[in-house]
Design a protein around this ligand. Structure first.
Ligand SMILES: [Zn+2]
Length: 436
């Protein structure tokens, strides 16, 4: 049996937290139903201006006692209005946020994976789930204000308004302030799910952080990744083990390496870089090749998701309908389709950056192998298939030279993260790798 949390590999603690929260949220909704019927008479002690006294009272009822948090909601409570998912790339931050959103919209309140609430949330078509993917490279204030406004409306499905912000670390300061206001005084049925690499103040403001419950995800161990590739994807154990190690804990990447020969070829090309760096010209050629490979990988990665989303949206909109109301529905449909296309375009840009980053992580793995070999550290290589080459590098460069090269790769990643043009950063890295 697979529910919405099945894709969260090696994250048992986080999954337990989210299951408990989903159950608590479902209990709040069940208990709130009679409360609405009673709402004719003002509650004893006067009405809460926030209108969320039902929720607070119910939260107290369902959760163990503890010191009151910012909103009067017990910080140990199962359910709360704002969450931050943190973890390294590939650990499944946005997978976790989407799964939790699905569990909140699940008609059974569990994230069964089969009901319409689960299905439409995971397909990205649920009316009460908004997904924010940054426009370009940052999330601006106007987008955030519009979002906060829409998030305050009553959920049309009668459950929760869920806002997922995939890269909360890419919020502009003004957008962060707009979000903070909403998180400080959340509408009773609105839930914010933020994803960020860490809770470092560079990634997320301290004030927003203080209003959110943290769900830390860890880099899944290679064994757990291999196990899921074998169990769910039917991949042969030796291939799964190799792919899990080579992907360094990135589940989606491991699956792609195991199943997609083109992904393996692209990785081979990246790992051939150290051998090819024989001069200045070769270094520039290698930079071009790396950038172009990232573009090709990004195109392949988004094509499948784009198609699935579009098909799901068309099914949900009942494409080709006629009769009364069809014209109005078509206008709405055109808007939704445009919205989807905008999201997909922004995702494509980001996918290129992500693909390049993965290539850099592969390359860093190679120099890390050379370094650990030079130091005779008793750890398994990341890349078994280039271990001999890394060993030769270790002899030639020594630990110091291997470390300098590893640092050049990491500096390139940092530069791209800081908005240096990828081609410039990669060219500088290739020259540094060549010169040593
Ligand atoms: Zn469900």
């Amino acid at each position: 049996m697979t529910d919405v949390f099945a894709d969260l590999v090696g994250q048992d603690e986080a999954v337990a937290t989210l299951r408990r929260a989903a159950a608590s949220a479902a209990a709040l909704l069940r208990a709130a139903a009679p409360a609405v019927a009673r709402a004719g008479a003002p509650a004893a002690g006067g009405a809460d201006p926030d209108g969320d006294d039902d929720l607070d009272a119910l939260a107290d009822e369902f959760d163990e006692p503890g010191p009151a948090g910012p909103e009067g909601v017990d910080p140990g409570a199962g359910m709360t209005h704002a969450w931050i998912f943190t973890g390294p790339p590939g650990s499944g931050r946005s997978v976790a946020a989407r799964a939790f959103a699905a569990a909140l919209q699940c008609v059974h309140g569990t994230g069964c994976g089969h009901c319409p609430g689960c299905h439409t949330t995971l397909a990205g078509t649920h009316a009460d789930v908004r997904l924010v993917v940054p426009e370009g490279l940052s999330i601006g204030v106007s987008e955030m204000r519009a979002l906060v406004l829409r998030a305050a409306s009553t959920p049309s499905g009668g459950r929760w308004q869920v806002v997922i912000i995939e890269d909360a670390d890419r919020l502009t300061e003004a957008a962060g302030n707009a979000l903070l206001k909403a998180v400080e005084e959340p509408p009773p049925r609105t839930v914010f799910l933020l994803c960020a690499p860490s809770t470092h103040p560079d990634d997320i403001s301290v004030t927003i952080r203080s209003r959110c419950r943290l769900v830390p995800l860890r880099q899944p161990p290679a064994g757990a990744v291999a196990e899921v590739l074998v169990r769910r994807d039917g991949i042969a154990p030796d291939v799964a083990e190799w792919a899990a190690a080579a992907a360094q804990g990135h589940v989606g990447r491991a699956r792609r390496l195991a199943r997609d020969p083109e992904a393996r070829q692209r990785r081979d090309a990246v790992l051939a870089v150290p051998r090819r760096l024989t001069g200045v010209g070769a270094a520039f050629d290698a930079a071009s090749a790396l950038i172009e490979a990232a573009e090709a990988e990004a195109a392949a990665a988004v094509a499948e998701i784009d198609e699935t989303e579009k098909a799901a949206l068309q099914t949900a909109l009942g494409a080709g309908g006629t009769g009364r109301g069809a014209a109005g529905a078509m206008r709405g449909a055109a808007g939704q389709l445009k919205d989807l296309e905008r999201r997909q375009k922004s995702r494509a840009t980001r996918a290129q950056r992500d693909a390049l980053d993965r290539a850099l992580v592969d390359l860093a793995g190679f120099y890390r192998d050379a370094l650990t070999m030079a130091l005779r550290a008793p750890v398994a290589p990341v890349h078994r298939d280039t271990a001999a080459l890394a060993g030769a590098g270790a002899q030639k460069w020594d630990a110091e030279g291997a470390l300098r090269r590893l640092e050049a790769v990491l500096e390139c990643r940092a530069a791209i993260e800081a908005n240096v043009k990828p081609r410039i950063a990669v060219e500088a890295m290739m020259l540094a790798l060549w010169r040593g």
